[in-house]
Ligand binder design. Sequence first.
Ligand code: SAM
Length: 533
Amino acid sequence: MADQQQHLKDPEMAEAEMQILRSKATELLLREEWNDAVSTYTQFITICRNQTPNTNLHLSKLQKSLCLALCNRAEARSKLRIFEEALRDCEEALKIESTHFKTLLCKGKILLNLNRYSSALECFKTALFDPQVSGNSENLNGYVEKCKKLEHLSKTGAFDLSDWVLNGFRGKSPDLAEFIGPIQIKRSGISGRGLFATKNVDSGTLLLVTRAIAIERGILPENCDENAQLVMWKNFIDKVTDSSTKSTKTKNLIGLLSSGEAEEDLEVPEMSIFKPVEDHISPSEMSNILSVLDINSLVEDANSAKVLGKNRDYYGVGLWILPSFINHSCIPNARRLHIGDHILVHASRDIKAGEEITFTYFDPLSSWKDRKRMSETWGFNCNCKRCRFEEEISNKEEMKEIEMGMRGGIEMGAAIYKLEEGMRRWMVRGKEKGYLRASFWGAYFELFSSEKAMKKWGRRIQGMEMVVDSVVDAVGSDERVVKMMVERFKRNNNDNNGGVMEMEKVLKLGRGVYGKVMKKQALRCLLELGGSH
Ligand SMILES: C[S@@+](CC[C@H](N)C(=O)[O-])C[C@H]1O[C@@H](n2cnc3c(N)ncnc32)[C@H](O)[C@@H]1O
């Protein structure tokens, strides 16, 4: 304080001090020591602001220095992902010099990071007018084009991943914008709030694209110890905490999520708050961050092909706000796909306006007992139609015998035969057949994949196509089901039996799994169906 007053009194001393700080800050920026750069620029800015200019020239010099320091502090803050403060610095710098090239560039990049594509576009366009741009125009034009593309995608949802898929996921994953499709949040009959369709959509339709608040990834080889996962979880918590400390919007959005308790009393938020708008949401305390993460974090799991373009040992955990409002169902109508830091949610079957959108938190092709155990781990009891039906069936003696037999190692063909016979006797109808077949999918898969077993049991049980249809009708498309159909299609194709109809069916199932974000050729490539491209 005493120092600052001295500077006020003595402009020369202040100028000398500013000179030292300026050099130090520049060096820190070059060395990418962002935190120290921010604090050095903060000292510089304080001294600069406290100066009383004695001439117009002095005033203009001070203004110039202040503008540049604010711009550089913004850059350091944006590297630290403190975007709100960085943006405030840019705005202050632009008040001093509205066309300051470096600030416009910095502000544009920050806005792009905040998914505010049209405001970012304005910045880059204004920067293009600057005479300094000449050597930089290619770069700047690249940003302008990127903003235009992302703005278009965020409005239309017209995403197309075909080129990336056809390129074998080589290179950087495609630029994705945040997109909110025909959805809204309402009270849910399942629990608390849920996401609902606002119009009829068909299978494969994109419902939303959201970028993660934070994500932690690693390669976890099979059989790695639990410690590695714990370390990842701890890093993930640190990242979420860090993001919410740096942004009040993020903090408030996280504050809206369920911590698993008293969900019926939770507020139903308006969709508008998820859109990247200029206004800040008023600050409110985020509490219980750990419980929120427990309830809402999603795991990316490359083995299930929900992640495109990553290797098999890859594992990631992240938090995405809007998808956190999607309830679980064992008979879901939507699926998620992870690409880069984005999650894409699409309809995995036709959905009617007003219907709740659900996806599975755990494997829908597993038995009722396993699903029950997994939902308990999540802290709830799944009460979906399928679970209610299977709970009742599980009390039947024959069902207990089938399960015991399977544990005891009886032939899968015999188990499936007994199950199909049981379904006939218990008068299981329509979708309910699919519920049970999905629960015994592992056994059907083993049977259908073994020529020897099929020779013995094939004629006594339902055909594979019928089983697949009923399973898809119950749980929607699933990559394992499609894979089995693809194998069969290829076999038939070799025998010249693979028809156009069958190919169309496989592609339709594929769209249920991956959504309509790929053209036919890319989908064929992804499903390893070959064909010309
Ligand atoms: C990611 S949140 C889903 C949105 C939540 N309903 C809300 O109001 O914020 C997960 C929580 O929703 C509830 N939930 C989701 N699916 C459920 C289901 N099938 N049955 C019962 N509760 C469910 C559980 O409390 C779960 O911990």
